[in-house]
Design a binder for this molecule. Sequence first.
Ligand SMILES: NC(=O)c1ccc[n+]([C@@H]2O[C@H](COP(=O)([O-])OP(=O)(O)OC[C@H]3O[C@@H](n4cnc5c(N)ncnc54)[C@H](O)[C@@H]3O)[C@@H](O)[C@H]2O)c1
Length: 255
Amino acid sequence: MADLQGKTIVVTGAGGGIGLAAVERFVASGANVVATDLAGTGVDTAGEMGDTVVSQVADVTSRADWESTRELAIGTFGRIDGLVNNAGIEGAITPLVEYPEEMLDRVLAINVKGVFLGMQIIAPLIIEGGGGAIVNVSSVAGLSGASNLSAYSASKHAVIGLTKSAALEFAPQAVRCNAICPSPIDTRMMRSLEDAMKSDDVDAATLQALIASNIPLGRYGAPSEVADLMTFLLSDDARFLSGAAIPIDGAMKAR
Ligand SMILES: NC(=O)c1ccc[n+]([C@@H]2O[C@H](COP(=O)([O-])OP(=O)(O)OC[C@H]3O[C@@H](n4cnc5c(N)ncnc54)[C@H](O)[C@@H]3O)[C@@H](O)[C@H]2O)c1
């Protein structure tokens, strides 16, 4: 199991399926965690995981909220070694020509600007501490197009561009930056996609089986499996790994 002993990691979207699994895994690996999410999510649950976790309600699109997260991390643990930009939304599941403009703006604000602001505000602290690692959550939809998910796919492609640029910029200061590209993972987000895609002929359960059958390993991933990859990338075991966009997808992108 990769070791995060003594490292302080900031995690966004920490009340969601993958985020909560990440907080659990980081704590089990010895990290201090600053867990943030919107109000009404499971972020309070993350905050109750023990003395090594603090939680905060914060919107990733808000510079003031990011500054407050930075202060909380430094005030509580004295340093920041890692950042996981995990918060994201799927947006509308609609043909491009009908896609609501305000939803396009929202998807780009959360999935792209949120990641940008996180790196802009947190990376200087990681540099000050002597280096560390950033993990940005993209998607298999960041590696190829996705019908009826144009804004989401565009946003996740952008996450990879941001990640590669940051990896180049931060390399001289020993900050590694990688993107991960999950296939369908068993969380609320997939329930929302299944709901939107089901029809009178195909119910949500049948649809789920169909989507799973398109993944060579034959199933959705578990949030804990994504958390394991994040842990490795944040750990010193990944010390020569930076600027990558890594599929975690049961071989979906091997085709
Ligand atoms: N579940 C999948 O199949 C899948 C596949 C590929 C990539 N992803 C990505 O993984 C990440 C986590 O998704 P998940 O599956 O755990 O979904 P989720 O909906 O369970 O979690 C997403 C979290 O992000 C939070 N969030 C949304 N807007 C926010 C904002 N403005 N500020 C702060 N937090 C905000 C939500 O409150 C939620 O807790 C997302 O970036 C998603 O795009 C998920």
